[in-house]
Design a protein around this ligand. Structure first.
Ligand SMILES: NC(=O)c1ccc[n+]([C@@H]2O[C@H](COP(=O)([O-])OP(=O)(O)OC[C@H]3O[C@@H](n4cnc5c(N)ncnc54)[C@H](OP(=O)(O)O)[C@@H]3O)[C@@H](O)[C@H]2O)c1
Length: 277
């Protein structure tokens, strides 16, 4: 039928890029695991502490996956790239293998220090670029070291057993769940920006939007300034509970990218809110 795209059939694709897997390919493999042999995806699958000083050194607690250097950009690489573009210093903390952080630091250059999770967290902003369950581990491991810091939750807590929804309690979000367990100020952001798009900060010449939700005014401002300094457009959407909407919003482009009937979406598209004027 003209104008109506065909229903998706078959497993989602995981194409090769010049550097290896397509960006976001780890999602591809997760979606494939669920859908192979079953069915294809039918839907496109405050407190009042000190404000962060503009231009101050900040911490990016980031983690590379195995083979990151050949698998294309992951969140840590993209976020570190934006941080450096914004003139920030970066502390890269690998999960366990410091060599991974060293490799990314060598690749990106700039003002970087490296270590592993558990090392002293030196900056004001912490961005664990990990999945929701590992994020809980990180929060537990860092414990009081996170108190008062800005914690940026980038996760999309997709229920990978069904790929039908999110694995958070109804009426909550990953950000809110993490907030219950930490003295950090949790801000939801960057979950709707694919890693590869952060490398340049735009898609098809359009500046990336960074949708931000948080309860701590100073923390939200710090994240907005971080995004802005890196050449992105911060949009503060509301309090921390708006993370529920952001996490659903982040799920949508994941499903679009995993849908092989929509080849124009390849983990490199962007959600953009276009103002009327
Ligand atoms: N990919 C994107 O474009 C994108 C964009 C925005 C948001 N996100 C969100 O970011 C999260 C991660 O996504 P991803 O697949 O893209 O990440 P990824 O590149 O696969 O990296 C995940 C990292 O988590 C680390 N890790 C695993 N368990 C850990 C633990 N217990 N403690 C500390 N680190 C641990 C792994 O390190 P080791 O390999 O060394 O164990 C791995 O490097 C997801 O929630 C996703 O929704 C992704």
């Amino acid at each position: 039928m003209p104008g109506i795209p065909p229903l998706p059939r078959g497993p989602p694709r995981c194409t090769r890029s010049p550097r290896g897997r397509s960006p976001g390919c780890s999602w591809h493999s997760l979606v494939r695991r669920r859908t192979d042999g079953r069915r294809s995806i039918t839907a496109p699958p405050p407190t009042d502490s000190e404000p962060a000083e503009p231009g101050s050194s900040f911490q990016q607690c980031s983690f590379q996956s195995n083979g990151a250097a050949i698998c294309g950009p992951e969140p840590a690489r993209g976020l570190a790239t934006r941080a450096l573009a914004g003139g920030r210093s970066v502390q890269l903390l690998a999960h366990e293998d410091k060599a991974k952080a060293d490799a990314l630091a060598a690749e990106l250059g700039g003002q970087m220090t490296t270590g592993v999770v558990g090392d002293e967290v030196s900056g004001a902003i912490v961005i664990p670029a990990v999945y929701f369950d590992p994020a809980k581990d990180v929060v537990a491991k860092l414990g009081s070291a996170l108190d008062g810091k800005v914690y940026v939750d980038i996760t999309n807590p997709v229920d990978t057993s069904t790929f039908e929804g999110l694995s958070v309690p109804e009426g909550s979000s990953a950000a809110e769940e993490l907030q219950k367990t930490t003295g950090a100020k949790v801000v939801k952001a960057f979950n709707t920006t694919f890693a590869v798009t952060l490398a340049t900060g735009d898609v098809a010449g359009q500046q990336l939007d960074v949708l931000i939700a948080g309860d701590y005014e100073d923390a939200v401002r710090a994240v907005a300034e971080f995004a802005s300094a890196g050449g992105l457009r911060p949009i503060v959407v509301g309090p921390q509970r708006r993370a529920r909407q952001l996490e659903q919003a982040g799920f949508l482009p994941i499903l679009l990218s995993a849908n092989d009937q929509l080849p124009e979406f390849q983990w490199n598209s962007a959600l953009k809110v276009v103002p009327a004027s």
